[in-house]
Design a protein around this ligand. Structure first.
Ligand code: F0G
Length: 349
């Protein structure tokens, strides 16, 4: 049967969806779980990458947005609002457009990847660039949503998590069991919360017998959960996770503790190394925040936190094409040649 999107596919696990819910979908989900043979071999583990960058707007946010916007439409909401480092705004803009609902997005000025900004604009959102960071923008959005009665579609909206948990179902369905370990980037901490909800729900339903250890990865300059303090001025090349005061703080700690995992940080240099590695070794181009997964994975293997031979899933949350500037500015320049075979030969050993 053709894929119908996560709501229809996992309807039995989404009790919040009723017969009255109009389903707003772009056929999100069903993303590939790619065996990263080359990097896995280098690290001595059985490594899979869940490539969420292949969702309709290029990130995992679409799973949560299909549910949040469907419920908003059911409620008769006229407008949605969100703060975003770029991916939530792209997704909110697309799904709101499809539902015929106005969308307003607040993004930190100068810190959103070009592709993501273009997306919010082309889908027809009202795009407000805030002179401040994501945390500042989220504070305004909370206020605006309350005062103006506009539906907030950040991951503090519980419907978002309901949709996002379906990624853990897909991983278990593809593997026939839960992985030993999952590694994922953490920003506002909605996704780690959602995955843990999903794994627990699948175990209760008897679909899996074990639960994975969840390892969350933050950027060193934006690592509130690692150091247990708010970062007033978060900084990292991975702008998607440039967040200093995550909304789902307690839930993220709970997911880590209950699963027996850890939350660690990686430097921007390590992120760039992981970014190049997963692309050049296994052909998967992810955005810098997603490369934090890979950088964290390498670090955890070196620390001995991931035993050799483990079945590991790394979550690649967003598509590399969203942020071409970061790729180009961190790689050696290309060569310009005359259109002659002699010139071309000079570059081929
Ligand atoms: N990876 C990417 C590509 C993201 O865009 C985000 C969050 C995360 C990881 C972290 O997920 O916040 O649930 O812990 N992006 C949000 C946004 C903040 O506005 O697009 P999280």
């Amino acid at each position: 049967m053709a894929w119908e999107g996560i709501i229809r596919h996992y309807r039995d696990y989404l009790p919040i969806i009723t017969n009255k819910t109009p389903i707003v979908t772009l056929l999100e989900g069903n993303t590939p779980l790619i065996r990263a043979t080359n990097l896995g071999k280098e690290l001595g583990i059985d490594l899979f990458v869940k490539f969420e960058g292949l969702n309709p707007t290029g990130s995992f946010k679409d799973r949560g947005m299909t549910v949040a916007i469907s419920k908003a439409l059911e409620k008769g909401v006229k407008a949605t609002i969100c703060a975003s480092t770029g991916n939530t705004s792209a997704s909110a803009a697309a799904y709101s457009a499809r539902a015929g609902i106005k969308s307003i997005v607040l993004i930190p000025k100068g810190y959103v990847a070009l592709g993501k900004l273009a997306q919010a604009m082309i889908y027809g959102s009202i795009v407000l660039e805030v002179e401040g960071n994501f945390d500042d923008a989220l504070n305004v959005v909370r206020e605006a949503s309350e005062e103006l009665g506009i539906e907030i579609v950040n991951s503090i909206n519980p419907y978002r998590l309901e949709g996002q948990k379906t990624a853990s179902f897909e991983i278990c369905d593809a593997l026939g069991k839960a992985p030993d370990i999952q590694v994922m980037p953490v920003g506002n901490a909605g996704n780690i919360t959602a995955y843990w909800m999903g794994y627990k729900q699948y175990k209760e339903a008897g679909k899996i017998n074990s639960l994975p250890k969840i390892f969350g990865i933050q950027a060193k300059g934006a690592a509130p959960l690692v150091y247990n303090r708010v970062f007033e001025k978060p900084e990292t090349i991975a702008t998607a996770i440039r967040i200093g005061n995550p909304a789902r703080w307690q839930e993220a700690i709970k997911a880590k503790d209950e699963s027996g995992g850890k939350i660690i940080d990686v430097t921007d240099e390590e992120i760039i190394e992981g970014y190049k590695k997963i692309a050049s070794k296994d052909g998967i181009f992810v955005e810098p925040a997603s490369a934090a997964s890979i950088a964290g994975l390498i670090k955890l293997v070196n620390l001995g936190d991931i035993p050799k031979g483990s079945l590991v899933v790394a979550i690649a949350t967003g598509n590399g094409l969203k942020d071409p500037n970061t790729a180009i500015s961190n790689l050696p320049p290309t060569f310009t040649v005359k259109p002659s075979i002699e010139e071309v030969k000079k570059f081929i050993q």
